[in-house]
Write a protein that binds this ligand. Structure first.
Ligand SMILES: O=C(O)CCC(=O)C(=O)O
Ligand SMILES: [Fe+2]
Length: 340
């Protein structure tokens, strides 16, 4: 018998859920119940006992730290450019996805997609509009094992995210494999955020990451320090720090889960605040954005069908995410055109 307290190991707005028993039926039921509570209140929880090897996470952190420590001229060799994903010295303005006008976020980013190594002709079929998952991946040659570690990490995240979606299905009283077919050609990505040391005071309204919701189904986030900075917005409008749990991943749901559940689960606003002035610490965060097939519908599912939702005339997951991304990077001189 798996008791409730062995599953939710820390209660709170962002509870800590232990997945150690996810491979037995009683454990899965308990975990699904805990996930349902978290997703209906904050949309955020931390997982431990997730089974991703600590040494893989460590290698992923080390190789990315090495990359971001390289001179700009070297990093620019793998720069994001039309048709190609990669390194961005300006990590966009996530608050722009909500039409808020803020200065650029104080981070650099390197991103790659699960689709990014496919041949051009296959990628070009993934939506008839601009989309980041249609870009080719570009890989630095230094650090030498960068690309292979990224691939290993993406494979581990894909497996974990698929299992989380099966737990989500149980939590929503759906058939356990309900979501599998919506993700059989998923267009997920990893975007490593490097929050560099701040030697100058930020501009008014400028944050490491401006407030935003995530746009996909779920995000699995690792942070490589305990200096913190990630905050989620409580229903009463207050911002709450997300505690760092050693070895844990933060999981949050994105807009698609809120749309699919007609708002029963919440896609919660979050942001990353600046360190105190004079504190020159840096931080790496590694979100894995689990994004379904680009043509997945965004209508409410199962028993939520017919519920209220305003999707601004958008019908597919790909259009929804692409529109948000274009707003986030609108000041980037790349080849964007409307997702409509
Ligand atoms: O760095 C973090 O803790 C969060 C980053 C984030 O919210 C994002 O990249 O969507
Ligand atoms: Fe986010």
């Amino acid at each position: 018998m798996v008791e409730q307290q062995t599953v939710t190991v820390v209660e709170g707005f962002v509870p800590v859920i232990d997945l150690s028993f996810k491979d037995n039926a009683a454990g899965r039921t308990r975990i699904a119940e805990a996930i349902n509570r978290a997703c209906a209140s904050s949309g955020f929880f931390t997982i431990v006992g997730h089974g991703v090897p600590a040494e893989l996470i460590e290698r992923m952190c080390v190789t990315n730290r090495e990359f971001f420590a390289l001179p700009d001229t070297v990093k620019e060799r793998v720069a994001h450019r039309p048709g190609v994903s990669g390194f961005r010295r300006l990590g966009g303005s996530t608050a722009h996805s909500l039409d808020l006008k803020t200065p650029p976020d104080l981070c650099e980013v390197f991103s790659a997609h699960v689709t990014g190594d496919l041949p051009d002709e296959e990628r070009n079929c993934l939506g008839d509009y601009w989309a980041s998952w249609k870009l080719a991946n570009v890989w630095p040659t230094v650090p030498v094992d960068f690309e292979s570690i990224w691939h290993e990490y993406i494979a581990a995240m894909t497996e974990l995210a698929g299992d989380l979606m099966r737990l989500f299905a149980l939590a929503l009283d759906l058939e356990e494999h309900f979501f599998d077919r919506i993700f059989d050609n998923h267009v997920s990505s990893v975007a490593v955020n490097y929050y560099f040391p701040q030697h100058h005071p930020p501009l008014p309204g400028q944050l490491r990451r401006g407030e935003h919701t995530d746009w996909g189904s779920l995000t699995i986030l690792y942070q490589d320090t305990d200096i913190g900075g990630l905050q989620v917005r409580h229903g009463n409008g207050e911002w709450q720090d997300v505690p760092t749990i050693p070895g844990g991943f933060i999981v949050n749901i994105g807009d698609l889960m809120a749309l699919w559940t007609a708002g029963r689960w919440v896609s919660t606003m979050h942001r990353v605040i600046n360190p105190e002035l004079g504190n020159a610490s840096s931080r790496l965060s590694i979100p894995f954005f689990y994004l379904p097939d680009h043509d997945a519908a965004i209508d409410p599912i199962g028993s939520f069908a017919g519920g209220d939702h305003d999707t601004f005339g958008i019908t597919t997951a790909g259009q929804w995410i692409s529109r948000k991304m274009q707003k986030t990077f609108a000041e980037d001189p790349a080849d964007y055109h409307s997702a409509d």
